[in-house]
Design a protein around this ligand. Structure first.
Ligand SMILES: Cc1ncc(C[n+]2csc(CCOP(=O)(O)OP(=O)(O)O)c2C)c(N)n1
Length: 1118
């Protein structure tokens, strides 16, 4: 360092002219101050790590110009500075803002005179409003050239008005003034910039000619008094601030003691985290959250909204209750009326969500404590009752010394349920949408971030979407795992920055690049297209890779300003006016802009492409622009769907909470019910005929159906029943399921049941994994279906409600149930001649059926099948809905042959016409006939939503859903919602279950019908009621219950329908008919169980056989 300083003193005396002397003094002092600022403004522990990565001490952003050349030359030739340049001062200044945001050190901007200076204003405003230190060195004409018509001369004094913390116009350099004055001016300016409230400072620097290094004698004695400075490496004036907060520890400071008392005294506190700028402050905030045990609403800029969690510590999120989806929960009027906080502690000034801010207003009067290190008022609603001016660390320090008693966690419990249900809903909606959406980008973005990355969020929709739909996700990084475990803190935070000082859409790209330099991380920048176009000159900065890691810039291109489509006036304004004056719709090619700047560009049109692009570029060494294609109209519709659905989910949560049994203990978090025990019984009932799926030859007249009835007992004495009855169409058989049920029988005792299971939006899947420890892929579909059935029925009994009211609590209305029925489709095996089959079909029509499904593809020739269908259509007339089911038994040619022959039969659909599922769409196109999926969805290996994406073709008009084959009601509901969303019929189908399974399917079908009504209303279309495939009830000669199924002709509706009230009663009063039970398994009798786990990459099997006395149990595994 000394050597460098000596070098400076040496070169000072050697400078050709006084301009160069002053310019070198300015640059050298800035360089020295860069180090001091690092030491003073970063926490000590953090400083060490910063120093290691900091390859330069002062960052100069230099715009070209002649008047500023002394400064530009001095900066660019200084050994300890880093310089970057851009022809566009506005972009350059934003870049400087970004750097200062990232590094917490003021970047220095050098510009020429004239409008070059004026172009700094937008960035100066942002810096001022967001407390970002910045030093502006603007070259100027000397006074004699001002106001005299000289070129490029404007009044630059006080040019930035109140937006700068300090402004000073130096005299033009002269040896008549001691050069020390230059140093003290810089010191003073930087002191202002880095004193609270941080902000920009301006030094105007007039220069007389010569502006180059031509010799012009100057007097060395102007350097008088600089000896010590020249021989050292310190700034000339050292500013020392005694921080008065040191004395203000809890208790020692009266106002702080009052704050402590308030915090201690509340039951309903909320910790609101606004923008937090450094990693250590983020950690401090997290510590505080854990210590207070209050619910936390973390803004996207807090760094704690997009958390990375360790999968090995699933319980860790339970330590801190993050109410990430409060914004969308507040869409529910019920939630708005119910939610209230007595004390709100807000850390950091800015809150992105308007709804959360509105909620804070609605909580008034309450105690509202705002903590931030600057002294400015950040209280647009004028509610702040206590303004604590200190850093987050200081505040947390003072609170950590006190203990807080947690009197009631009921509040937290309610919020947790609410948040979880809204979160599931949002995830479901986003995942169910096949095409890539803007909320999807926000939803998955955390996955693209690692400990080494940071996020810069643009304005407009981007920041709002990230705040509303961003989510935490799991990380597998071992190093982080250790870090988290050591600190006992639950997660890794992701540093997030944005330009929220003035929320401009200008300069975002440049700021992001500066932020990447300043924080020295791999920055992912999200911006809208108009924002990008506003700052394309940022691309010119991007291509000068100076001391920074590669960046990913993700542009969401909806071809205009989509935010305006979400504003209330959008519906009422002429689309052309909207397009032109609000959206500023455009067709500018971002790809070509990138090409022009030689920046890598990657277009993204699908979710998979996005994932691949983010992954690909995470480890690449070059910068890239990823352009996600979007569209204003679709974005607006999807946001509206998300809002409506989240509101319903919040209402649903409230209704679950409001119906919790009085006096119920909520000490177990979300788990309200405990399973006392489970048992299961093998039943065998007579059928009238063999199931249509049966392949065996039936020479005798006795046909049977076997399966298990599960009984799940809750600790409060409620019992719920479920049915597990695999057939040939299942992959598992009775022996398999018996093994698995034995396993369940042992592990299920004492397991808690999550209150949110009835939402059917992923809750069961996560419950089975996190509570039973069973991977989704290992539980047999029929077992999962029976288990879901039994548990849902048990909760219904415990709540004194019904299966249907639980799924759709808003609809509880006994009177409506009394009048409601579910349309049933009759099933015809269609063995026999055309006449025989037609006779059976017309008898069914006479009975009251208006929908019939006929099995086909069992004859040698599709021509024969076609003859049967034509005959049936002839007999039953045109009004009956006719469906046929080929069970994938035809080759493509056979299917086509059949299709052409039945073209005039007005089939509602042909189920699985072709053996090769990839041909199904082709079949629809070639024949013009509608088709339905059945076996296709049964065989899905990966995520149903991903697989279904292939079948949006309008020729596929229905999806036939057998809950026991696809693995339960949660999956069935997911597929049904997908179908409804895409305008297809969701048809529930039984697999020859008993009255128990059928009753549950009747209620489930009714639930889906109600969901369909929602779509009908939303899309203003007419969707007739759907006939469900529950006609198998006709096969039952015997049943597992004595209560008959209420399936009759419904004269009001004009179809054969299953009574909803009847199904509810059957389930409510369900008693097992012991005559059909052959064996019962309960825990006391069984000591042997087996679980096979099959996953993509591994497979294993656990067999446990218990031996000996219960008091002395030993287990053996093989
Ligand atoms: C400098 C500036 N000019 C105008 C605005 C007003 N404004 C807010 S959002 C927006 C449109 C932004 O469009 P885009 O970046 O494409 O994002 P999107 O709305 O599509 O998410 C505009 C013009 C602003 N915030 N800042």
């Amino acid at each position: 360092m000394l050597d460098d300083a000596n070098e400076t003193s040496y070169s000072l005396q050697d400078q050709a002219n006084i301009n160069a002397v002053w310019a070198s003094l300015i640059v050298e002092e800035c360089s020295r101050l860069g180090i001091v600022v690092s030491k003073n403004f970063l926490p000590l522990d953090f400083f060490c790590s910063i120093c290691l990565i900091d390859t330069f001490f002062q960052y100069f952003c230099v715009a070209p110009g002649s008047r500023s050349s002394p400064l530009a030359i001095a900066a660019s030739s200084h050994p300890l500075t880093t310089c970057i340049s851009c022809f566009d001062e506005r972009s350059l200044a934003f870049h400087a803002v970004g750097y200062s945001k990232g590094s917490h050190k003021p970047a220095v901007i050098i510009t020429s005179s004239g409008t070059a200076v004026s172009n700094l204003l937008p960035a100066v405003v942002e810096a001022s409003q967001d407390f970002v230190p910045l030093l502006l060195l603007t070259a100027d004409r000397p006074p004699e050239l001002l106001d005299a018509g000289a070129n490029q001369a404007i009044n630059q004094v006080n040019h930035f008005g109140s937006f700068v913390r300090f402004t000073f116009s130096l005299p033009a350099p002269t040896d008549n003034i001691p050069a020390r004055m230059v140093l003290t001016t810089i010191d003073s300016a930087v002191h202002w910039a880095t004193s609270l409230p941080f902000g920009p400072v301006h030094i105007n620097c007039p220069f007389r000619e010569p502006l180059d290094d031509s010799s012009d004698n100057w007097m060395l004695n102007c350097l008088k008094g600089l000896d010590i400075w020249m021989s050292g490496a310190e700034p000339f004036t050292k500013y020392i601030q005694l921080q008065n907060y040191l004395a203000c520890k809890a208790g020692a400071c009266v106002p702080m003691a009052e704050v402590l008392e308030i915090i201690k005294g509340t039951d309903t506190g909320l910790l609101l985290l606004g923008a937090i700028h450094t990693e250590d402050e983020i950690w401090a905030a997290l510590l505080l959250a854990k210590h207070l045990n209050w619910p936390v609403v973390a803004d996207i800029l807090s760094g704690l909204r997009l958390r990375k969690l360790l999968p090995s510590l699933p319980e860790i999120e339970e330590n801190v209750l993050f109410v990430d989806h409060l914004d969308h929960a507040l869409l529910s009027e019920g939630v708005r009326g119910w939610i209230h906080f007595d004390v709100i502690v807000q850390i950091g000034s800015r809150i992105t969500s308007k709804r959360v801010s509105q909620m804070v207003e609605d909580c008034f009067p309450c105690t509202y404590i705002l903590v931030d290190n600057h002294p400015c008022r950040h209280d647009p609603s004028h509610f702040v009752t206590h303004r604590v001016q200190c850093s987050v660390r200081q505040f947390v320090d003072s609170l950590m010394q006190s203990q807080f008693s947690h009197r009631s966690n009921k509040w937290c419990f309610y919020l947790r349920v609410l948040n979880t249900m809204v979160a599931w809903d949002i995830s479901f909606q986003i995942n169910a949408e096949y095409s890539i959406t803007e909320p999807h980008v926000a939803h998955v973005i955390t996955e693209a971030l690692s400990a080494e990355s940071a996020l810069f969020v643009g304005n407009s929709m981007i920041i709002r979407d990230a705040d509303m739909y961003g989510r935490s996700c799991k990380t597998h990084a071992q190093s982080i795992a250790h870090m988290m475990l050591d600190s006992e803190l639950p997660c890794l935070s992701i540093r997030v920055a944005g330009n929220r000082g003035a929320s401009g859409i200008d300069g975002l790209l440049s700021t992001a690049i500066g932020f990447a330099v300043g924080c020295n991380k791999q920055v992912l920048c999200l911006v809208g297209d108009v924002s990008m176009l506003h700052d394309t000159n940022g691309l010119a900065i991007l291509t000068q890779r100076v001391s920074r890691k590669p960046m990913r810039i993700l542009v969401i291109n909806n071809h205009g300003g989509a935010i305006f489509s979400l504003l209330p006036f959008a519906d009422k304004t002429d689309p052309q006016i909207l397009d032109r004056y609000f959206y500023t719709s455009h067709t500018i090619s971002i790809q070509k802009l990138c090409e022009a700047h030689s920046v890598r560009h990657l277009p993204v049109k699908t979710k998979v492409e996005l994932q691949e692009a983010l992954l690909k570029f995470e480890h690449e060494k070059t910068d890239c622009v990823i352009e996600v294609e979007s569209c204003i109209g679709a974005n607006s519709t999807f946001h509206s769907t998300l809002r409506k659905s989240a509101q319903q989910a919040a209402d649903h949560a409230l209704s679950i909470l409001s119906r919790l049994p009085v006096g119920v203990s909520i000490s177990d978090g979300l788990f309200l019910y405990k399973i006392h025990k489970m048992n299961f019984s093998l039943y065998r009932i007579q059928l009238c005929a063999p199931p249509t799926s049966s392949s065996a030859d039936h020479h005798h007249n006795e046909f049977h159906r076997e399966g298990y009835i599960l009984s799940v007992y809750l600790e409060d004495g409620s019992v719920g029943y479920g049915e597990v009855a695999p057939l040939e169409i299942h992959k598992e058989n009775l022996v398999d399921v018996e093994e698995q049920l034995l396993f369940l029988l042992h592990i299920i005792k004492g397991i808690k049941i999550d209150v949110s299971l009835p939402t059917l939006k992923g809750s069961f899947t996560s419950w089975i994994w996190s509570n039973l420890g069973i991977m989704e892929c290992s539980i047999f579909p029929s077992v999962r279906c029976g288990l879901e059935m039994a548990i849902l029925n048990a909760i219904a009994v415990s709540q004194g409600s019904s299966f249907i009211s639980m799924l759709q609590p808003q609809m509880i209305n006994e009177e409506i149930y009394e009048k409601s029925s579910v349309k049933i489709c009759a099933l015809v095996d269609s063995n026999g001649t055309p006449n025989e089959v037609a006779y059976i079909a017309s008898s069914l029509v006479e009975e009251g059926f208006t929908a019939i499904k006929l099995k086909v593809a069992r004859r040698a020739d599709p021509i024969q099948d076609a003859a049967v269908i034509c005959k049936v259509r002839n007999e039953v007339g045109p009004c009956v809905e006719l469906r046929v089911d080929a069970n994938r038994k035809w080759t493509y040619e056979e299917a086509i042959q059949f299709g052409f022959l039945v073209r005039d039969c007005d089939l509602q659909y042909i189920e699985e016409p072709v053996e090769n599922v990839d041909d199904i769409v082709k079949f629809c196109e070639e024949t013009g006939l509608p088709a339905a999926l059945d076996e296709t969805i049964d065989n899905f290996q990966e995520s149903h939503l991903n697989m279904l994406a292939k079948y949006t073709h309008p020729g596929i008009v229905a999806v036939v859903i057998k809950p026991s084959v696809i693995g339960g009601f949660e999956k069935a509901a997911l597929i049904a919602r997908w179908a409804q969303k895409h305008g297809k019929m969701a048809v529930v189908s039984a697999a020859f279950e008993s009255g128990l399974g059928l009753s549950t399917y009747i209620l489930f079908s009714y639930y889906l019908e109600q969901l369909n009504v929602v779509y009908t209303v939303m899309n203003r279309e007419i969707r007739p009621s759907i006939a469900h495939g529950l006609g198998t009830y006709k096969w039952l000669k015997q049943d597992v219950t004595a209560i008959p199924l209420g399936i009759h002709y419904d004269p009001c509706k004009g179809f054969m329908g299953a009574s909803v009230a009847g199904a509810i009663q059957l389930l409510k009063n369900f008693k097992v008919n012991n005559n059909v039970i052959h064996k019962t398994f309960n825990e006391e009798q069984v000591h042997r169980y087996h679980l096979t786990v099959n996953s993509k990459n591994f497979s294993y099997s656990i067999k446990v056989h218990e031996v000996g006395q219960e008091s002395n149990v030993s287990t053996g595994t093989s």
